[in-house]
Design a protein around this ligand. Sequence first.
Ligand code: SF4
Length: 347
Amino acid sequence: MTREFIPARVFYEPGALDYPLGKSLAEDFRQMKIPLSPATSHNRITGIPGNTPAAQYREAKRTLVIGVRRGEKFQTCKPSAHYQLPLVTSCPGMCEYCYLATTLGKKPYVRIYVNLEEILGIASELIRERLPEITQFEGAATSDPLPVERYSGALRQAIEFFGRESNGRFRFVTKYTDVDSLLDAKHEGHTRFRFSLNCSEVVERYEHGTPSPEERIIAAGNVLKAGYPLGFIFAPIFRFDGWQEAYRRLMERSAEELTKRAPSGWSSEQLTLEFISHRFTSRAKTNILGVFPNSSLPMEETERKFKYGQFGYGKYVYQPEEMKEMKEFFLEQVKVYFPWAQVEYFV
Ligand code: SF4
């Protein structure tokens, strides 16, 4: 089952209507009878209802903003890519542990940018600057871009742009499964399509509005069949009663589906795997408890190890001996289920 995102309200920057995509989106939402209002800037949206932080958060997640992405440069995106590719900000999902909780704060409304040609023009210049090297772009640094793809078509446009760029590569990650419109895009193997996976025990407890792990695995099989380079991110990994068996089953089922759907000649050495154990910052904890006051996320500082982060704020990670056990466990499972895959990191 796919979860179609239908916003409760839409805002647009007036300048967005100067672009064909902005104009046609405004027209579509008007026909869908979704309330549509102008906003001075996509960075300052007022008028989202809600009397409590929790209600404001829920309403923000049902709010779509049609904006114009300004600026001549992209943020860097180390270590996974050279630059972020800003196509979308935020996503309609409501995962309690969302990695954007720190950056987007309590009003994470969903923004799509309609000046795609200008954005891809900047990408083109950045690729030229680094020639003859290959330049990598990450499309999910500030969003899950897939749920709004049905409105913007931005991923397809970006995928085909990178398909034509011999020195540009694109990657993004999603928890969503609405992949059909991307399966016949001319990707030329230049886009790595990654799915974020977790076991159902974790998804059912902490994610709201995202597809099940089984649906993601099936979508990953479809993407693999379409010839895309594929990756899985197992994140965030938790320790709970029975975690080993739960994650083992998840990896077993993923491997089974890929084996069934892989095009001829595919081998798991073309698959990338990333593993991220659960961690939190003090700021994220405050934001999370503001919008999910009854969250059962394990965020007890005394049970964790404090680690200084590269961006000046520290995070709470599992204890070193717990991390060691988790890493060994996952690398063991990789040997069993994806023996040739490239493990990019375990953190
Ligand atoms: S799907 Fe990803 S971006 Fe969206 S709320 Fe969940 S973690 Fe955040």
